[in-house]
Design a protein around this ligand. Structure first.
Ligand SMILES: [Cu+2]
Length: 133
């Protein structure tokens, strides 16, 4: 299986989403469908504040349905990886504005939800679906 490259662009206050939610933040994934196997994520934070990317299996019917706690975060139970290091690979303390992070994961086929779990960012619309086939 070849290596598939997934790119994610995230930002606050730059992208609008056609939703009733406070759509002040967003996340764009391209391509939205990749082959199962080794998947590399390259995540660009084009916003003005720190973000992160966490990869979770999608268990609900659609993205955006996780319950947000009082701390503004959602559970990361079942996380299969994250890109949250500025100019680096894997987990860190966040992707600072204007930086890129990356992570390479082995993903079996399934539906995944890519989220930003900085407090209240998920609530504000920072999630997107990635389908692995
Ligand atoms: Cu964010």
């Amino acid at each position: 299986m070849g290596r598939m490259m997934g790119g994610t662009v995230m930002g606050g206050g730059m992208m609008t989403r056609g939703e009733a939610r406070p759509g002040i933040m967003g996340m764009q994934v391209s391509p939205m469908r990749v082959a199962a196997g080794t998947v590399s994520f390259v995540v660009a934070n084009v916003g003005y504040i720190t973000h992160e990317l966490v990869v979770l299996p999608l268990t609900a019917a659609n993205v955006g349905q996780r319950s947000v706690g009082a701390d503004g975060k959602v559970s990361e139970a079942g996380s299969v990886g994250e890109a949250s290091q500025s100019c680096g690979s894997g987990a860190g303390d966040g992707l600072r504005a204007g930086t890129v992070g990356w992570v390479t994961l082995r993903l079996p086929a399934g539906r995944y939800e890519l989220i930003c779990n900085v407090p209240w960012h998920y609530y504000s619309g920072m999630y997107a679906e990635l389908d692995v086939v």
